[in-house]
Design a protein around this ligand. Structure first.
Ligand code: SF4
Length: 207
């Protein structure tokens, strides 16, 4: 007999607190002390809540998987090697990071940069869901498979999902490579070219 999944009180707790946040600052203040994931809370330096343009709706949102070591140290998303390459490719594509919200599916660095586990993604989803509600970006760029699956479902395959916008709750969601894959495969590798091509397509399609 298949057991029904156990309800995750921590995920429900995060979702409830996040849903009650009336604005970005309140959400950030509520998220910073979050300890819903015991292992991540014990090993991280800080919660990396994300960044959003002050005072106006973002033109688009960039959503990655989780903070890395530099992000964990600085408290800012996409500022390490991956972030530097992302900034370079955004500029080449004609996109302005200052007009973007920069977020992650999971807000705490997993030890050793391991892939976040399903319960961690489930718990942290409340924060991201509320961030998207509050910021309301019309376009989302999901960077890497974890983010692509968060938006497009667990069976998502990046190779077939990328290259076009998917309508998710009224937002145009583009799935593409994570910049860490572009670093791993090198400057002549397919992920770097694919990421640049996808960002260029997003720039052309921005409302
Ligand atoms: S990963 Fe998300 S849910 Fe887990 S402790 Fe960090 S902020 Fe909380």
């Amino acid at each position: 007999m298949t057991r029904p999944p156990r309800p995750d009180a921590a995920a429900d707790g995060v979702a409830g607190v996040a849903a009650a946040a009336p604005d970005w600052d309140a959400l950030a203040a509520a998220a910073r002390p979050c300890v819903a994931c015991p292992e991540l809370a014990a090993t991280r330096q800080q919660v990396v809540v994300g960044e959003a343009p002050a005072g106006h709706r973002p033109r688009f949102a960039l959503v990655g998987e989780a903070p890395g070591a530099t992000e964990d140290q600085t408290g800012r998303p996409f500022v390490g090697r991956s972030g530097q390459l992302l900034d370079q490719l955004l500029a080449e594509a004609g996109l302005d990071r200052a007009q973007a919200a920069v977020l992650n599916v999971v807000k705490c660095r997993p030890p050793g940069n391991r892939t976040p586990r399903a319960p961690e993604v489930a718990r942290c989803s409340g924060w991201l869901r509320r961030q998207l509600e509050l910021l309301d970006p019309p376009v989302v760029v999901a960077l890497g498979l974890s983010a692509a699956k968060w938006f497009l479902g667990p069976r998502t395959v990046l190779a077939t999902a990328r290259g076009r916008a998917h309508d998710v709750d009224g937002r145009a969601v583009w799935a593409t490579y994570h910049p860490s894959a572009a670093i791993r495969f090198g400057p002549a590798g397919a992920p770097r070219a694919g990421l640049l091509a996808d960002l260029t397509a997003v720039a052309a399609a921005l409302p």
